[in-house]
Design a protein around this ligand. Structure first.
Ligand SMILES: Cc1cc2nc3c(=O)[nH]c(=O)nc-3n(C[C@H](O)[C@H](O)[C@H](O)COP(=O)(O)OP(=O)(O)OC[C@H]3O[C@@H](n4cnc5c(N)ncnc54)[C@H](O)[C@@H]3O)c2cc1C
Length: 381
């Protein structure tokens, strides 16, 4: 069959590869002048530093098959994400852990003591938290909430934590030991040469052609037996019902001679610091040596039509509009909406790959049985 895949990010590449291996002809287009979607990395010409162009990407997963999959296409180096936070005039370790708690409250508590202490801080008068703020106050109390969650969340989401649902903070966001590894996952790493060569290798198959700087136009559908769409769900329908809300990021790039901040990611918790974090890219590749440094100051704001959509907002209003687009998509034959934009969800890379593999499997099974491929393999709801 002739398959058109819109988007040469992880979704398009992984689905395309699997279908190509099964003998289908895959045409992958991307509006950008490079492959890799938001995972795209490139070396800074001057310093040689590997830059995560659309923001820092750390690979982490519990999915052994996905871990094997990415390792088949590139070499991964051990890497653990350790984030720091500058807030209220001091630097702390994140996620909030025993070191953070002891430093912040100027104590020397052991885990059990810290647990009791935080339980005392927690606002137990909140029995049924409805908002992010109530949830945080119930979990950690006002002092930690204001230092580590309030300002950061306001900057990240552009609204008060009283307007965000409690579900954003599902678990107690505190560790009662000194573990400052940001992710819990069994497998973590960073591709030695960045993500672009990995995705290049996934796309390297005789049944795959890639066309860059190519925006989808409806006439392309005529030559395709099926379309996998990893662009924006509302974008496929020309935004005819309105736009699904996204946050976008502005990266203020600056260079530095030496080591600017001594770590890869420094969050800024204070509301009066306009950016959310600074990323120093060379620290994502600790096995390399570079004198020069490339850093990104990261600002978050509401996405305008011409901006890159980064984080789906998914509040009440957006969810109502999403339902309408889901209905439209379900009435559209021979198109399957995939990936972070196609299903309007935040997806980590490992989840993106897992869903892409499952989508390709379902397609192959459907073709074999002569059935119909659904609009969504993973529900956007
Ligand atoms: C700031 C940030 C940090 C992240 N950090 C991590 C992390 O640390 N770890 C992790 O696991 N995940 C991380 N992620 C998630 C990761 O970026 C996604 O999992 C991944 O990019 C999803 O791949 P995708 O192919 O679905 O989408 P994308 O990468 O967005 O690819 C979609 C592609 O479709 C193209 N396209 C869209 N519309 C059209 C059109 N009309 N015509 C032609 N082409 C089109 C776009 O140009 C784009 O290249 C992060 C995401 C963000 C936003």
């Amino acid at each position: 069959m002739h398959i058109l895949l819109v988007g040469a990010g992880l979704s398009g590449a992984v689905i395309g590869r699997k279908l190509a291996e099964a003998g289908h002809t895959c045409r992958i287009i991307d509006a950008r002048d490079h492959i890799g979607g938001n995972c795209y990395t490139e070396r800074d010409a001057e310093s040689g530093v590997m830059v995560h162009v659309y923001g820092p990407h750390i690979f982490h997963t519990d999915d052994e098959e996905v871990w094997r999959y990415v390792n088949d296409f590139t070499q991964f180096m051990p890497y653990q994400n350790r984030v720091k936070s500058t807030t209220q005039g001091a630097v702390y370790s994140l996620p909030v852990n025993l070191l953070t708690i002891n430093q912040f409250f100027d104590k020397t508590m052991n885990p059990a003591e810290a647990k009791d202490f935080i339980a005392d801080q927690a606002d137990t008068s909140i029995t049924d938290p409805q908002t992010f703020e109530e949830q945080a106050l119930r979990f950690v109390g006002r002092d930690l909430y204001e230092a580590f969650f309030k300002g950061y969340t306001e900057k990240q989401w552009g609204c008060s934590p009283t307007e965000l649902p409690a579900s954003i903070l599902k678990r107690l966001p505190v560790r009662f030991n000194y573990d400052d590894n940001y992710f819990f996952h069994k497998f973590q790493g960073m591709p030695r040469e960045g993500y672009t060569p990995m995705i290049e290798a996934i796309l390297d198959h005789p049944n795959i052609t890639v066309e860059l700087s190519t925006l989808f136009t409806p006439d392309m559908a005529a030559n395709a037996d099926h379309i996998f769409w990893s662009g924006a769900l509302d974008g496929y329908f020309d935004y005819r019902l309105g736009r699904l809300g996204y946050r976008t990021l502005d990266f203020e790039r600056f260079t530095y001679d030496g080591d600017y901040q001594g770590c890869a990611v420094m969050n800024y918790g204070d509301r009066d610091v306009p950016f959310t974090r600074i990323t120093e890219h060379k620290h994502f590749a600790p096995w390399e040596n570079h004198e020069g440094s490339v850093c990104y100051r990261e600002f978050s704001r509401s996405a305008e039509p011409e901006d890159i959509p980064y984080y789906p907002i998914r509040l009440v209003e957006e969810k109502a509009l999403l339902e309408e687009y889901i209905s439209l998509a379900e009435e559209t034959p021979a198109v399957t909406f995939v990936g972070r934009l196609g299903t309007y969800r935040y997806l980590d890379m490992d989840v993106t790959i897992r869903e892409a593999l499952d989508t390709a499997d379902m397609f192959l099974g459907t073709v074999e049985q002569g059935g119909m491929m659904p609009a969504f393999v993973k529900s956007p709801r």
